[in-house]
Design a protein around this ligand. Sequence first.
Ligand SMILES: C[S@@+](CC[C@H](N)C(=O)[O-])C[C@H]1O[C@@H](n2cnc3c(N)ncnc32)[C@H](O)[C@@H]1O
Length: 355
Amino acid sequence: MTKDKGSQRGRHWPTVVDLFSGSGAVTTALKRSRFRVVAAVDNDPIACATYRLNHRSVRMFQHDIRKVDPAIIRKSCLKGEDLDVLVVCAPCQPFSSQNRKRGTDLRSTLILQAGRFAKTLRPRIIFFENVPGLAARDELLDQLKEELGEDYILGDPERIDAADFGVPQRRIRCIMLATLRATPPKLPDPITPKGARIDVRQTIGHLRSLKAGEVDLKDRLHAARKHQDIALKRLAAVPKNGGSRSSLPPELALACHTGLGTGKFSDVYGRMRWDDVAPTLTTGCTDITRGRFAHPDDDRAITAREAALLQTFPPDYKFTGNGSEIQVQIGNAVPVKLVEALTPTFRRVLAEITR
Ligand SMILES: C[S@@+](CC[C@H](N)C(=O)[O-])C[C@H]1O[C@@H](n2cnc3c(N)ncnc32)[C@H](O)[C@@H]1O
């Protein structure tokens, strides 16, 4: 359980409203950096249950964001005062290169809700996090500028790799900052550039080795999926520490993937490498048929706890839902350490912007 009390009481701590709060990764990072999260909005009941479990004192608005009235947040959570930081981590699927319907995905316009909240809450900084595909949506970004109004300057989308910011995972994202009547800042320089990365071993190497289907009774989230016999045979044939399905003998090769050795599915059944960062964790991050999500040594997929640690959630973070619901929440999260690395920049900007 992350500590809640001080962060919610500290008067001098900058205030935050977390839109599209999911299971609470961004909130966790901001609370750890001494920001005071006063309200969160998300419409997914499972993610909201997880959020409440870990952040009991934040007022949760479990609704479609389009139905939430920011004036209520202003009145009841900010006592009528202006806000410091508005977080907008809108769904990324509409901008993802893997979404074949992305041109017509109605969720793409949810990011524009930032304008409606900014007009009422008057934040000094607005923090947007999304996938790099957002940067190519010129029309939408123009619309966003219009929705934010003349008081806000929207910075250019910046492409960053979370691995550069203390996250043991390659995760290329797009960050944008908008600021109230001020020039948006540049993002900080990498704190863990190539050569100084945090790797998989440092992050999950201390956890108990498990067989497929086995549960660590000391931590119910460290529970290995069961695999069918054929999957176990394949896993046993994939070399330890970074091996790929290309090493499978013909009798174990996957019929549907034959001939696709270097292509789209080459990571399926692949193992992570101890001395490297993990691949991007997706909403299928504990499923070996959806990416390079096998453990470096054990013949199994990584557990939800391992996935949560690779997303830099605190080691005691609690999740609600079944296995697939938990992997979706973890895959959707913004890495905690990435946001923590940005908070000195937020503080500097807050100090510079007077209302
Ligand atoms: C990228 S995830 C956010 C991750 C989150 N910020 C974190 O730190 O873990 C996007 C979130 O948007 C939520 N969402 C999608 N459509 C929504 C809507 N119409 N209203 C409110 N929330 C919505 C999803 O439930 C999901 O939790």
